[in-house]
Each structure stands twice: as structure tokens, then as C-alpha cells.
Design a protein around this ligand. Structure first.
Ligand code: BTN
Length: 263
């Protein structure tokens, strides 16, 4: 069993395939809750929806071993990690007014994607743990951002959004981990509700009309199948997206990608 009382232990690497995979190996060797894996670069970084995560030197690539309050709720931790990222970005780039979480766990600066979260939930004899992997484009220059598979929100990085030069990656990691573990303790003391409240406070999509595409929808598919338009109301107690349609009906979505919004 993984111990509930932990002190974060940080494992640093210059080069890994994926910090989530390294975290998995460490679990097999007995790593416990609060174990952190940080790498300078990844050669096979994984993104959500079977995409890759371009991981050159200059980005922050980190995976943390955490436990959900209930093994059936691993997505709590991905929402929590997205919120921690947005809090860290707001602190590190105080002049950026448009910092927002994007459902379920991205962070955008000026409506461009600066980070993503990939959670691998694991349930076996080691316990029901969750490997929370976060990629944050910190000192990633424009020529590297161009290599990222285009998504609905263009990629960006700290140095693109901030004219002041490179950031100290160690400090970025420290600020992020401090936000993450503060939220994690709050979550274990009071449950998902305060996380939901803070997530919504940090979400600039609330009240906007958005388009939600089903997972797997591609250009050329019929828009009637797989695209839903509605007003973004927030997230519910399970982290699902709540949209209100033109008839005023409220629907809850557990997957999909916000592809468009109207300010
Ligand atoms: C996304 O596509 O938005 C999720 C990206 C998650 C990337 C991070 S980088 C650290 C960890 N290791 C991986 O291979 N992926 C996650």
C-alpha cells in the first residue's frame, strides 16, 4: 500500500522517453505517493488523445504520483493539476491578463495552449494511484512550437508571451509543485468541491458559447454528428463539463474537446 503521509521526493533526469513511464518504473521499485519525476527533455512524450507531446529542452516535463480520494475518481487529479498549472502561470507571468484553464485540464495564455496534463490511472497490488503528467512550454522557442501537431488552440510558451527573456526552470518547477501540493492537501481535507470552485474561478470560458467536439471527430466528418454547441456553465461535482443548449437544457459531458468559442 502507498503511504498517506509523504514528503515529496524528486527524481531528476536529463533525458527520458516519458516521465509518466519513468514514474511507472519507480512505482514498481516501491515509489510512494508524492514521488516526483522531472526531466529536461522527453524523447517519446505522450499527449492526450493518442497524440505525442513535443518535449525539447526548455520545457518543464513532470510526473507526480498522487492518490484520488476515491479510486473511482482519478479525473479529480487531472482537473486539480490543470488548476495548479494555471495558478503557477498567473504567478510567474503576472502581466498576462488572459490566463485560463480550459476543460478538462489545459492552461491557455491569451487563448493559446501553454500546458497539458496526461493522467495514467493505475490500479493493482501497489494501490490505486494516479500518475499525473504535466508538460509546460516554458523556454520553448517559436521554431520548436512550430513542430507541435496543430490543435484547435495554437501552442505558445512563456518566452513567446513574455518579452523578458528566459525563465529559471527550477523556479517554475518549484512554484508549480508548491501550488499542486497545496491544492492536493486541500482536496484530501475537503474533497473535490473547493477544487471545482477554484477551477471555475480560473476559467474564462464560463458564460461563453462553445463548440464541443466528440473525441475522434475529424475535419470532413458531419458536423451534425459529434459537434455540440452550448453555453459553458462550468463543471459538475464529478468534473464533467456542463453545457446549456439553446432550449435551456443542461447536459453533462465526460469527454470531448472544446474547439471553438465566442467571446
Ligand atoms: C496534452 O496533450 O495536453 C497532454 C500533454 C501531457 C504532457 C506531459 S509531459 C510530462 C508527462 N509525460 C508525458 O509523456 N506526457 C506528460
Amino acid at each position: 500500500m502507498i503511504s498517506r503521509n509523504f514528503t515529496p521526493t524528486i527524481h531528476r533526469y536529463s533525458d527520458v522517453i516519458s516521465t509518466n513511464a519513468t514514474a511507472k518504473d519507480l512505482i514498481r521499485q516501491g515509489a510512494i505517493e508524492g514521488t516526483v519525476v522531472v526531466a529536461d527533455r522527453q524523447t517519446g512524450g505522450r499527449g492526450s488523445g493518442k497524440r505525442s507531446w513535443h518535449s525539447p529542452v526548455g520545457g518543464l516535463y513532470v510526473s507526480i504520483l498522487l492518490l484520488p480520494v476515491d479510486p473511482r475518481r482519478p479525473t479529480d487529479l487531472s482537473v486539480l493539476a490543470g488548476l495548479a498549472t494555471a495558478q503557477a502561470v498567473s504567478e510567474l507571468l503576472p502581466k498576462s491578463k488572459d490566463v485560463t484553464v480550459k476543460w478538462p485540464n489545459d492552461c491557455l495564455i491569451n487563448w493559446k495552449k501553454v500546458s497539458g496534463v496526461l493522467c495514467d490511472a493505475m490500479g493493482d497490488s501497489f494501490g490505486n494511484y494516479c500518475i499525473v503528467g504535466v508538460g509546460l512550454n516554458v523556454n520553448v522557442p517559436p521554431e520548436e512550437l512550430e513542430k507541435i501537431q496543430p490543435g484547435h488552440f495554437a501552442p505558445t510558451s512563456f518566452i513567446v508571451e513574455n518579452a523578458g527573456g528566459e525563465f529559471d526552470l527550477q523556479r517554475v518547477a518549484d512554484v508549480f509543485l508548491q501550488k499542486l501540493f497545496t491544492l492536493y492537501r486541500l482536496y484530501h481535507e475537503q474533497g473535490f468541491e473547493p477544487i471545482r470552485y477554484l477551477w471555475q474561478k480560473n476559467c474564462r470560458f464560463v458564460g461563453k458559447r462553445v463548440e464541443l467536439r466528440e473525441v475522434g471527430w475529424k475535419e470532413g466528418d458531419s458536423p451534425k454528428r459529434g459537434i455540440t454547441v452550448g453555453t459553458f456553465e462550468g463543471i459538475d461535482e464529478s468534473g464533467a463539463l456542463v453545457l446549456v443548449n439553446s432550449k435551456g437544457e443542461r447536459h453533462h459531458y465526460f469527454s470531448g474537446e472544446i474547439s471553438c468559442f465566442w467571446q
